[in-house]
Design a protein around this ligand. Structure first.
Ligand code: ZN
Length: 304
């Protein structure tokens, strides 16, 4: 039995096209252009938070690469349909396994062994490895992968998924091209923060640098009702609390607000005091700091 990936494929919710399709459309469009110009990189790191469209982007990329008719994205042929259901023989998903949720060296060895085999029916074989960052792919497993990544057979394409570009092992990064997917701020906007200023949503969608997004946030705040915008951003930050990008944006707006509006500034000062107190008590009591800070944020958010 294959050790590569017993679960075989992602569930339908993770791949929900109505939810994630619009978010990843620009990325899939770019990948389609690469394929059509025969410039698709043999090894591509797709960077983005997991569970927020990254899996659908990888699936659609695999469909583009294996579609026998080389048809446009969104093709509904039987080959593309099987890719989306996880039953295409030329598309293999390598998922992390075990209690540590790691890509195991046995899985990598199995990929390396299988990679020279010709495609069964498609123009290419695609290998999707879900999690190539430190903590999910060990150094030993990564090393087992390097020679194959360096000199892949012509028919093989590797789609490597990572949440954070900085956490991808340098040896993998240097052998791959990288494409940044929309971050969790954009995903939150897509999900339930529809009133997020459009400038912000589009900046996040372009993968704009935090500084650029923060500048746009500042402009949005001065141009419209500050309270509403900050509420939306805090809602986003709550959803994306592990995303430094989102938090930096909120912070930039908060500083701007505190300067411009004394009433809001009072709430912000209370929040800052709460955060400090939480940090202190977490140090004293050894509590989970993230949970404490989050509960302070929520308390402030509800109290507004
Ligand atoms: Zn097709």
């Amino acid at each position: 039995m294959s050790t590569i990936s017993p679960e075989r494929w992602w569930d339908a919710e993770t791949l929900e096209p109505r939810r994630w399709g619009p978010l990843i459309e620009p990325v899939v469009q770019l990948l389609e252009i690469c394929r059509d110009r025969e410039r698709f990189p043999p090894s591509l790191v797709l960077v983005g938070p997991d569970g927020l469209g990254r899996e659908l982007a990888a699936t659609e990329a695999a469909a583009l690469l294996t579609c026998p008719g080389t048809r446009p994205r969104g093709c509904g042929c039987s080959s593309c349909g099987r890719v989306r259901r996880g039953t295409h023989p030329d598309v293999t998903l390598v998922l992390p396994q075990g209690p540590g949720q790691m890509i195991r060296i046995e899985q990598v060895r199995e990929v390396v062994e299988a990679v020279s085999g010709r495609p069964f029916e498609a123009p290419r074989r695609v290998w999707i490895v879900d999690g190539v960052e430190v903590g999910r792919l060990g150094v030993e497993a990564a090393n087992a992968f390097l020679k194959t990544l360096e000199e892949p057979p012509e028919h093989a394409v590797f789609l490597l998924l990572a949440a954070n570009p900085d956490s991808v092992l340098p040896t993998i990064r240097s052998r791959s091209q990288q494409l940044v997917l929309p971050g969790s701020l954009a995903a939150a906007a897509q999900l339930d923060c529809g009133e997020l200023p459009p400038e912000l949503a589009s900046a996040a969608l372009r993968g704009g640098a935090p500084a650029e997004t923060a500048d746009l946030a500042r402009e949005a705040v001065t141009a419209t009702s500050a309270d509403d915008e900050v509420l939306h951003l805090i809602r986003c930050a709550h959803r994306c609390r592990e995303d430094a990008h989102a938090f930096q944006t909120v912070a930039a707006v908060a500083v701007e607000l505190a300067t411009a509006d004394p009433a809001s500034a009072e709430g912000l000062v209370t929040l800052a005091a709460d955060l400090l107190a939480a940090e202190r008590s977490s140090q004293v009591l050894n509590l989970n700091r993230e949970r404490q800070i989050l509960s302070c944020l929520l308390r402030w958010f509800r109290g507004l």
